[in-house]
Design a protein around this ligand. Structure first.
Ligand code: HEC
Length: 255
């Protein structure tokens, strides 16, 4: 072991030409390697473990992940830089410290079609927890929801609570049905709630007056049906919008 560690006290003139010969190669390697800092919450979401190897495979650029605040060529965070994806309760931005070619390549890749598809194809428990940010011009304010959240909680408890755990209070719900706080972590949770009646298993037992067709005579619901009005769906959306997304740092609990 000792022979592998260079002893700075002993000058090895023969090393000099070796180092000089290596120099261009080292500079080259440097372009193909950069440091990226990211906060704990993002690391725990698993997204980086999914997208970074795919980026490296494609480009040959290797990324070393460092904790938030560490000196790095690029930083993922919520404050500075261009919005690159949304999920785990935040809009994530990529800031570049200097014009490192590898980091610039990563920024380009994240904005490219293939990079974006890689982000949205990351799945946890059958859902995609990360989505693309709204374009900055559109304003990063999230969806505009006008329903009455208190009414939404009442309807959700009465109608959805038979199967779903609808809030953090652990009341109601049955195993194997995703809880509302878990569904809330999905980048497109609002789209899913807006048309939940069209997504399985709901069509078999759900009526939305004026929207869904009546159950077919030969296919009566096998379980007690539920009925919600479009205004009640809007109210449920307002209620779910106010829920804290489940903590994705812990293993997903679908109960
Ligand atoms: C009889 C049980 C039952 C009831 C009642 C029920 N759900 Fe569901 N719901 C499920 C199950 C089971 C799933 C998971 C389906 C899956 O994993 O593919 C689900 C999934 C969902 C999803 C995610 C769908 C998707 O594909 O992304 C939403 C949103 C949802 N439910 C909303 C509601 C709302 C809102 C209500 C009440 C108005 C409700 N559900 C009532 C059983 C139910």
């Amino acid at each position: 072991m000792a022979c592998l560690v260079p002893n700075p006290a002993r000058f090895r003139p023969w090393l000099l030409p070796v180092l000089l010969a290596l120099w261009p190669a080292m500079a080259e390697t440097d372009e193909r390697h950069f440091r990226l800092s990211a906060p704990e919450a993002l690391l725990e979401s698993g997204l980086l473990g999914y997208i970074l190897p795919r980026f490296s495979l494609k480009t040959g650029v290797r990324i070393e992940i460092l904790p938030e605040g560490a000196e790095a060529e690029a930083a993922l965070g919520t404050k500075a830089g261009r919005a690159v994806f949304v999920g785990a309760g935040a809009t994530w931005r990529l800031g570049l410290a200097d014009d490192h070619p590898g980091a610039a390549r990563f920024a380009d890749w994240l904005g490219s079609e293939i990079g974006q598809r890689t982000i949205t194809s990351y799945e946890v428990a059958g859902g995609a927890p990360f989505a693309l940010p709204e374009t900055e011009e559109a304003g990063a304010t999230g969806p505009v929801i006008e329903g009455d959240a208190a009414e939404g909680q009442r309807v959700a408890r009465a109608q959805c609570g038979r199967c779903h755990l609808i809030g953090p209070d652990r009341r109601g719900g049955i195993g194997s049905t995703p809880s509302f706080p878990v569904l809330r972590t999905l980048g497109d949770w609002d789209a899913r709630f807006q048309r939940f009646y069209a997504l399985n298993p709901h069509p078999a037992f759900t009526q939305v007056p004026g929207v869904t067709a009546p159950f077919a005579d030969h296919l009566p619901p096998a379980i007690a049906p539920i009925e919600v009005t479009p205004a009640q769906i809007e109210a449920i959306l307002a209620y779910v919008a106010g829920l804290a997304p489940a903590d994705l740092g812990a293993p997903i609990q679908v109960q």
